[in-house]
Ligand binder design. Structure first.
Ligand SMILES: [Zn+2]
Length: 97
């Protein structure tokens, strides 16, 4: 039977650690996900994923240097970072090679 929710696990982290301080954003990033057999819609917002709350929380975590990929199920990595799309090459001080 398909479910609209992904399984979650609880981890204890020090409250004053970077991850502990970002706990509110971690909960938002964890809650606003499409179901495993999803239709591409956030299970909470029922809007296309990534939804607004997820995007704002992910950006807040990135600003705290907490990579959101560690909190994201692997099947959703391809949605955010499609294979074959190379990251922009860093600029070379002496111009293109
Ligand atoms: Zn949502």
């Amino acid at each position: 039977m398909p479910t609209d929710w992904r399984a979650v696990t609880g981890l204890a982290v020090p409250a004053d650690s970077p991850l502990g301080r970002g706990g509110r954003h971690v909960e938002t990033v964890t809650g606003h996900l499409p179901p495993p057999a999803g239709r591409g819609l956030c299970a909470l917002c029922r809007t296309p994923w990534p939804c607004g709350p997820w995007d704002r929380a992910a950006r807040a975590l990135e600003e705290e240097h907490l990579p959101v990929g560690y909190l994201l199920p692997l099947d959703l990595h391809a949605v955010l970072w499609p294979p074959g799309v190379a990251p922009a090459a860093p600029e070379r001080p002496d111009g293109p090679a």
